[in-house]
Each structure stands twice: as structure tokens, then as C-alpha cells.
Design a protein around this ligand. Structure first.
Ligand code: ADP
Ligand code: ASP
Ligand code: MG
Length: 417
């Protein structure tokens, strides 16, 4: 008998009909003889609706209260699914974060899991019942409800799979796997049979929300193999996420990602001297804003411009801090562009193939898409472009690297040209 953790996302549970369908799937799996832990998200749109209510009452609602509120989304779907399972003759019990318990720190809204206690879930399974666990939530040392960050029901599932030493962790969503690009943006995208943790980490970090970033980190650390499948179809194998194997390197590019949720800031005309970057980015970090790409451009007169990107939701906070810094250090000014997009080409094969960057720039130039910033790592190249070109850039890069096969005469071991 296998112990399987299944996770169902918001769209999969988005209506009464969908909850009935998921209950049938769970019952079917249990009838095969497996022990089942089912992690649920809030019904589609519910978390946004709840946060919207808080936003209608206060400009900056107290994070402790927002967590109490937001966690009710998963409370609701866990109870509804357990109710339906019982109707199907499948004994089930809902468990909220504090009941498991999923112990977290007290960073409301983005709490980190300290431990996932397997005891109560194991007891539930031993009683022959399905454990329906509310995702996305935990409890801190004070007994307060916390939430783990947007999309973090995936994280709950992986944390439980690791703690329970589960035989499998299945992530059910509205697409039948991880694709070479967001299928909603790029009709040519195709499903990947397998992807390495490292590539999936890059893709998740660069905007492919099919798996939440921290869930992939945790899966890699605890060797939890994941499979991503659709809850809407029966017949797809889905995508396996696991350790890299040799054959994966033969594929130059695994996917193209698009992050439309970026903004760009520039502090212009600063005196170029040691400690400058620390003067700028120290206060930004202290305000809790995470900076992504940075470029610094010195000009001949000893002055320099520093440009960087942040998540769009952090733009206003970052601007406020940057204006303060600019006044203190006598910068010429601060500029910002609210809507930019980050488009990236990801693949472990890039480690051993030259020419990916050159080809990427050529393809974008042919479409007259201006590149505003560039950053690279061993297995990815990202560019920032005007937001309105994000989808176009994704499609033409997909045509060039995935459909078209990539770089002619790519030289193995040549590095990233
Ligand atoms: P859930 O509610 O089940 O957690 P999400 O909306 O978080 O589902 O993630 C699934 C969505 O991720 C898909 O509908 C798809 O539009 C989007 N997505 C973005 N990039 C990719 C990709 N490379 N492969 C598959 N889906 C992707
Ligand atoms: N309901 C939460 C969210 O919308 C968590 C999740 O769906 O994974 O972000
Ligand atoms: Mg999700």
C-alpha cells in the first residue's frame, strides 16, 4: 500500500461540480488501496476575493488579521471536499494548518515552515480515513494562524510528502503538466515528460506559476519526486520533476518563461565611488523589497546610472525609499517604468552549448523588440522588455528555441556565447 499526497489547486476545486469530480478521483485512488493525504487550495478566485475585502476596509490591513481571513479560503474547500468524500462512502477528515500542525515562523503573509508534524495525519490514515489538509496555512509559536505566501498550497503538499516520507506527491492543476511555455500565452507550447529540479526552480522563479518556487526548493532538498497532472483529464502522464539525468543535457532549452509582473527603477547621475551600491540597496532591502536584476552604467564624467527591477507590487515602496536615497546622496533624479516584462530562456543544456544568448538577441532584434536589461545564470538568460512585447517575445523565442530546435552548430562545452 502506497502513501500518496495529492494536491488540488483552485481551478480544480472552483465549483461544486469540480469538488464532486475531485472527490470521485480521490475515492478512485483510495479504492486502489493507497493511503491518501489530499492538500487543497481555496476555490478559484477566493483568496483574491478575501484579500479584496480587507483592502476595502483598510489601506494596509494588519497582516495578522489578513492571515486569519485568507486562511478561511482553504478551510472552506477542505471541509467541502471532506463532506463530499463522506457522501461517497469514503471516510475523510479535514485538517487545518494548526491541527496538523504545520509550524511556521511569525512572518504573516509569507511565513516559513519550521516543521510539518506527521503524527496526526498518520493517525488519521491508520484509522482508514483520507486526510484532507488545508494548504497555504500554518500556525506560529503564539498559536496564531499564518499563511505561507501566494500559491503555497504546493508547498504544504511537498512539506507533508517529505515529513510523511510519502511514496508520491501529485500536483493536480488545470494543465496536464509543465509546458515549454505558458500554454495560455503560447499555443505552440508542448508538455515536457520530465524536467530537473534546477530547471523547474528557474522556471518557477521566472514566472511559470504552475509550481510555486519554494515547493520546488523543498522537493529538491528532501528528494521528493513530483508529478504535475491535470485534474480535468485522465489520460496524460503529466510531467515528472526530479533530479537531472544525462539525457536532459541533450535538450538545449527546456522552456521560455514570461513574468509580466515587473517594474523598473533608475537612480540617475550618482557620483561613482566605493560603497555606492550599498548606499542604494541597503535601504531598499531594509524596507523588505526584493531586488531582481541590476545594471550599473558609468559615464565618462564620473557619474553613474543604476537601474534595477522589482515585483510590481513593491514599486511604490521602492520608489519612496529610492527618492529618499537620491536626496541624501545628491543624485540627479529617479525614474521608473511601472510595466515591464521579463522573458527568459531556461535549460540545463545551456551549460554546455554556446550561442544561446547571441541567438536570443538576434531573434528579438528581428522582431524589433528592444532589450532594456540582460541577466544570465548557468542555465538561463533573461531579458527585460516593454510589457507590451512580453507575449510576442515569448512566442518568437519559443519558435526559435523549442519548435525550431535552437542554435545551429552549437558547440558542446563552449559555455554560453
Ligand atoms: P493551481 O490553481 O492549480 O495551483 P496555477 O494557476 O497556480 O494552478 O498554475 C497553473 C497555471 O500555470 C496554468 O493554468 C498555466 O497558465 C500557468 N503556467 C505558466 N507557465 C506554465 C508552464 N510553463 N507550464 C504549464 N503551466 C504554466
Ligand atoms: N489560495 C492560495 C492562493 O491563491 C494558495 C494556493 O492557491 O496555492 O495563493
Ligand atoms: Mg498554483
Amino acid at each position: 500500500m502506497a502513501l500518496i499526497v495529492q494536491k488540488y489547486g483552485g481551478t480544480s476545486l472552483g465549483s461544486i461540480e469540480r469538488i464532486k469530480a475531485v472527490a470521485e478521483r480521490v475515492k478512485h485512488a483510495r479504492d486502489r488501496g493507497d493511503s491518501l493525504v489530499v492538500v487543497v487550495s481555496a476555490m478559484a478566485g477566493e483568496t483574491n476575493r478575501l484579500l479584496g475585502l480587507a483592502g476595502a476596509l483598510a489601506e494596509q490591513p494588519e497582516p495578522r488579521e489578513t492571515d486569519v481571513l485568507a486562511a478561511t479560503g482553504e478551510q472552506l474547500s477542505s471541509a467541502l471536499l471532506a463532506i463530499r468524500l463522506q457522501v461517497l462512502g469514503c471516510p475523510a477528515v479535514s485538517l487545518l494548518g494548526y491541527q496538523v500542525p504545520i509550524a511556521t515562523d511569525s512572518n504573516h503573509g509569507r511565513a516559513r515552515i519550521m516543521s510539518a508534524n506527521p503524527a496526526r495525519v498518520l493517525k488519521t490514515l491508520a484509522e482508514g480515513r483520507v486526510a484532507v489538509v488545508a494548504g497555504y496555512q500554518g500556525v506560529d509559536d503564539y498559536g496564531d494562524v499564518t499563511t505561507l505566501g501566494r500559491g503555497a498550497s504546493d508547498l504544504t503538499a511537498v512539506a507533508l510528502a517529505a515529513a510523511l516520507k510519502a511514496d508520491g506527491c501529485e500536483i493536480y492543476t488545470d494543465v496536464d503538466g509543465v509546458y515549454t511555455a505558458d500554454p495560455g500565452v503560447c499555443a505552440q507550447a508542448r508538455r515536457l515528460a520530465r524536467i530537473s529540479y534546477d530547471e523547474m526552480l528557474e522556471m518557477a522563479g521566472l514566472g511559470a506559476k504552475v509550481l510555486q518556487l519554494r515547493s520546488v526548493e523543498l522537493a529538491r532538498r528532501y528528494n521528493v519526486p513530483l508529478v504535475v497532472k491535470s485534474s480535468f483529464t485522465e489520460d496524460s502522464e503529466g510531467t515528472w520533476v526530479g533530479h537531472e539525468d544525462r539525457s536532459m543535457e541533450d535538450v538545449l532549452v527546456s522552456g521560455i518563461t514570461l513574468d509580466q509582473n515587473q517594474s523598473k527603477l533608475t537612480i540617475a547621475g550618482v557620483h561613482d565611488r566605493p560603497g555606492l551600491a550599498a548606499r542604494i540597496f541597503g535601504p531598499i532591502a531594509a524596507s523588505g523589497v526584493v531586488v531582481d536584476m541590476i545594471i550599473q552604467n558609468a559615464s565618462a564624467d564620473g557619474r553613474t546610472d543604476v537601474t534595477f527591477t522589482v515585483a510590481r507590487g513593491d514599486l511604490h515602496r521602492a520608489l519612496e525609499v529610492l527618492r529618499g536615497v537620491a536626496a541624501e546622496i545628491g543624485a540627479a533624479g529617479v525614474r521608473s517604468e511601472e510595466q515591464v516584462a521579463k522573458v527568459s530562456v531556461v535549460g540545463v543544456g545551456m551549460r554546455t552549448h554556446a550561442g544561446v544568448a547571441a541567438k536570443m538577441f538576434e531573434v528579438l532584434a528581428a522582431e524589433r523588440v528592444n532589450i532594456e536589461m540582460i541577466s544570465t545564470s548557468e542555465i538561463k538568460i533573461s531579458v527585460v522588455v516593454r510589457a507590451k512585447y512580453g507575449e510576442l517575445a515569448t512566442r518568437v523565442l519559443h519558435d526559435a528555441f523549442v519548435t525550431g530546435g535552437g542554435v545551429e552548430g552549437a558547440a558542446p562545452e563552449g559555455g554560453q556565447g
